[in-house]
Write a protein that binds this ligand. Structure first.
Ligand code: FAD
Length: 491
């Protein structure tokens, strides 16, 4: 049978491996780390367990689909719970808003806490659903090259469904028109950060993002986000996928209009199909030594990176939820700093994820595992070791003030991840969490396709290629790779 090599075991690499193995390929995965999952991995510090990267889980059907394809019962691999509350929002003036998943309940919460006009959120989320179903899905479920040829037909038809305001305005402009309360506007602006974009610049098409959280729902996999990686890794192994850890791919070997093999730091392996799950920038720069192509890609603005403080906290905070957000007072300034000045925000919005709220074993009793994240610019210039120290002081001051508790003395374990470390550990260009940003109206078309233009048996899956970053889209990219491979190897 034919062979396929996957470079990288990120979530899209795992999903691609499963899909190609099910198509009948002998699949080998090469991973430079000692563990699978890439950004979707975990670690422990003393008695505290931490998910390393992603914390918010939407559209679990993209995961479940893989088990169904393999004829398995997903419940034998992963238990997924739907949340009642997606986020808990904290404002400097003491206001706390519960981001209920249920649209009606969320609408009522915004009315009672923020004096929002009744029905505004319901109306907004129904428009978001409309956008997602008519426009979003076309971008997400089809290969990019098809989209380009269909531009005049399907896309224009889809856009006809969309209201003019979503075509010409930014996310912030639509949110200002849609909501009376500046705090509601801030809550809805934040969704642009789900793919690392700037709500004050990004096109209003991105207002479809809250549809995923509020209409479809936010979820928690029992055991934490690592359970997604563990479940996919287990399935891949059962299906016969071969994994090679601690083995870095150094080169993709070309043969005219095809690629013939990959060379790792330990061997050369021939392959009928190669899928790169590596950041597409580094695929060209490192594996093809093609600096021109890499430079082309680097011209697209990167999405944001992050600084994460993983803190073992020896106290319980009942007022916090699984996902809690401490907003900055001047949100526009925060994005100016991130994208224009490319510096760390002076008053960062702080996000805390605490999985011990769901899995008590993730922290000692009376303790909590805090994953504390602020947005950071994707920048080469900043000295991250120094910047992190200033950021820590800032974050501690903000949380101490907003939680009315001195936080520093409660930290008994600490690990810090910054953009430089994210780039080093996951080979993500400039530490971007989601590849290129969606700040440009045409960004969706500029992302790299799932297939190579130059080599007909080379494919791309992952957060830096079409349709974009985040777990759901990464999983969709693997589905598109399967589709393209199937087309080419049909019969
Ligand atoms: P990656 O996870 O980037 O993995 C690529 C793999 O390839 C790595 O394991 C790497 O070691 C390996 N590799 C690279 N080069 C080579 C080589 N030469 N040879 C062999 N192996 C190689 N998404 C969400 O949906 N929700 C969230 O809440 C969320 N929050 C996030 C928070 C943080 C801090 C981060 C970092 C990301 C977050 N994301 C979130 C984004 C999400 O993690 C990514 O979009 C997704 O995990 C990327 O998966 P991927 O398949 O592209 O591969």
């Amino acid at each position: 049978s034919k062979s396929a090599v996957i470079i990288g075991s990120g979530v899209a690499g795992l999903a691609s491996a499963i899909r190609l193995q099910l198509l009948g390929f002998d699949v080998s995965v090469f991973e430079k780390n000692s563990f699978p999952g890439g950004k979707l991995s975990d670690f422990t510090l003393g008695d505290y367990h931490f998910d390393r990267g992603p914390s918010l889980f939407t559209q679990p059907e993209n995961v479940l689909e893989l088990f169904k394809l393999a004829g398995r019962n997903p419940k034998d691999y992963i238990q997924i719970e739907k949340l009642n509350e997606a986020n808990r929002y904290f404002f400097e003036d003491g206001t706390i808003v519960h981001g209920y998943i249920d649209t009606q309940k969320f609408d009522e919460e915004l009315v009672s806490k923020l004096g929002e006009r009744k029905g505004n959120a319901v109306q907004y989320l129904s428009e978001a659903a409309n956008l997602y179903q008519h426009v979003g899905l076309i971008f997400l479920d089809y290969p990019l090259q098809r989209l380009k040829t269909w531009f005049n037909k399907r896309i224009l038809k889809a856009l006809a469904v969309v209201k003019g305001k979503h075509l010409i305005n930014t996310v912030d402009q639509v949110n200002k028109k849609s909501f009376a309360s500046p705090k509601t506007q801030q809550i809805f602006n934040r969704f642009a950060t789900y793919n690392g974009s700037n709500p004050y610049v990004a096109p209003a098409m991105l207002t479809m993002i809250p549809h995923l959280e509020h209409n479809e729902g936010a979820f928690y996999p029992k055991g934490g986000m690592i359970s997604i990686t563990n479940a996919l890794f287990k399935l891949a192994n059962e299906l016969g996928v071969q994994f090679y850890f601690n083995e870095e791919v150094e080169e993709i070997v070309k043969a005219k209009d095809k690629v013939s093999a990959v060379q790792t730091d330990q061997r050369t392996i021939t392959a009928d199909v190669v899928v790169s799950n590596m950041d597409v920038y580094f695929t060209y720069q490192k594996l093809f030594k093609d600096n021109n192509k890499a430079f082309e890609i680097s011209k697209q603005e990167r999405s944001t990176s992050a600084i994460i403080f993983y803190w073992g906290i020896k106290k319980s905070f009942p007022q916090l939820d699984l996902h809690s957000i401490f907003f900055s007072e001047n949100y526009q300034q925060e994005f100016d700093e991130l994208f224009v000045k490319k510096v760390l925000p002076s008053d960062p919005t702080v996000y805390i994820n605490i999985t011990s709220k769901k899995d008590v074993t993730h922290a000692p009793s009376n303790g909590e595992n805090w994953f504390v994240m602020i947005n950071a610019p994707a920048s080469q210039i900043i000295n991250w070791e120094e910047a992190v120290l200033a950021a820590k002081i800032n974050v501690l001051k903000k949380l101490t003030r907003m939680l009315n508790t001195d936080i520093a003395p409660l930290i008994e374990e600490e690990h810090i991840w910054h953009p430089g470390g994210i780039e080093r550990d996951t080979a993500s260009f400039l530490g971007s969490l989601y590849g290129s940003s969606s700040n440009d109206r045409m960004a969706a078309f500029f992302r790299h396709a799932n297939e190579s233009k130059d080599y007909k048996n080379l494919f791309f899956a992952g957060g830096t290629v079409h349709p974009g970053g985040g777990i759901p889209l990464c999983l969709k990219s693997a589905r598109l790779v399967e589709l393209l491979v199937k087309e080419q190897f049909a019969g």
